[in-house]
Design a protein around this ligand. Structure first.
Ligand code: ASP
Length: 337
């Protein structure tokens, strides 16, 4: 099922949706424990993470277990197994994980390993380093018991072969609810979702915050291209004193402003999670208004009390929330209406 129709169906079950849209701002009262994730597919990841959180487990475990659900879902073409390959037909994965004390780990351009989030956690816990890339990351994963697998599914291979017929390299991302305007209309076969990352943030019952981010990145990207998702500060940032943030969308633009770190710093200055996300989106829009019209970027934030919020450039962004009080998918507010 494509994301758009899934979103529509998911929302039909939400009572608040029958009247006004739920406010996409902050929750009414802080909730702890809580887990939130980007996009509607975050709902399944949250459910898995919730098993840990509701048993008073650690937020970091909730994040890793939740992210693994999306990574293993071959119907998801933008994360993990079954993700669209790069323009050379290789599935290269990016992921990072971080806790409230600033411990973090990241893998970039990792091939053949189904669960990059777990390799990132191992980089964090078993090495004195933060980032491993490419062959080095693969070697590390294999040395630590991960299995080498083929991650290119027949569906994704077929989509790549279709793309190869024109192979116009114009990496602009599709935007939900908008007519995609590529310089070459043949760039994307049909209206596939050519991006979308799962970024997850969790606060456990003991007040520990953690986050994770995992993606196959931009479909048919240049081999070796890395976006914001595994870049600590860009795709994810966690600071136990304040809160955590994660992003999805055109990674290059998020890296340029170190987006997730910026969201956390705005929260440190007293802004709510939603206000902090909005401020960063506005900065991106102001820096290059023309470019901003044609790209999607969404930020999601959670403070250390359990308040959450989100904001995106374009319509179509959504995020999933799970706590003892609610399990919902919420449409994100956007800069362009
Ligand atoms: N941020 C990801 C990247 O640039 C893609 C996405 O989240 O849509 O690789």
């Amino acid at each position: 099922m494509i994301r758009r129709s899934f979103l529509k169906n998911t929302m039909l079950g939400i009572p608040a949706m029958s009247g006004a849209l739920p406010s996409c701002t902050n929750n009414k009262k802080p909730q702890k424990p809580i887990i939130i994730s980007t996009w509607d597919f975050g709902k399944a990841a949250n459910s898995e993470g919730w098993k840990t959180l509701s048993a008073n487990g650690h937020a970091l475990d909730a994040i890793e277990k939740g992210a693994r659900i999306t990574e293993a879902d071959q119907s998801n073409k933008t994360v993990g197994y079954g993700g669209y390959p790069d323009r050379d037909g290789k599935v290269t994965l990016d992921a990072c994980i971080m806790d409230e004390k600033g411990n973090c780990g990241s893998v970039m351009c990792l091939e053949h390993i189904k669960h990059p989030i777990s390799v990132a956690r191992m980089v964090m816990e078993k090495t004195p380093h933060v980032i491993l890339v490419g062959d080095g990351a693969l070697q590390f994963a294999l040395e630590n018991g991960f299995q080498k697998e083929n991650l290119l599914t027949p569906d994704s291979e077929a989509a790549w072969k279709e793309w190869l017929k024109k192979a116009n390299y114009a990496p602009v991302m599709n935007i939900e609810n908008k007519t995609y305007q590529s310089p070459d209309p043949g760039f994307f076969p049909g209206s596939i979702d050519n991006h979308d990352t799962i970024g997850m943030l969790a606060l456990d019952s003991q007040g520990r915050l953690s986050g994770g981010c995992t993606t196959s990145g931009m479909a048919f990207k240049m081999h070796g291209r890395v976006g914001d998702s595994p870049v600590i500060g860009a795709g994810l940032f966690v600071d136990g004193e304040v809160g955590a943030a994660t992003s999805t969308g055109v990674g290059e633009e998020v890296i340029r402003c170190v987006g997730s770190h910026l969201v956390v710093e705005y929260m440190r200055q007293g802004n709510s999670p939603r206000e902090a996300c909005k401020k960063v989106v506005e900065r991106i829009a102001k820096r290059d208004p023309e470019k901003a019209k044609n790209i999607q970027i969404g930020f999601l934030a959670l403070d250390n009390k359990g308040n959450y919020g989100a904001y995106a450039l374009q319509k179509g962004f959504s995020f999933a929330v799970k706590s003892a009080d609610e399990e919902i998918v919420i449409p994100g507010e956007s800069y362009f209406k």
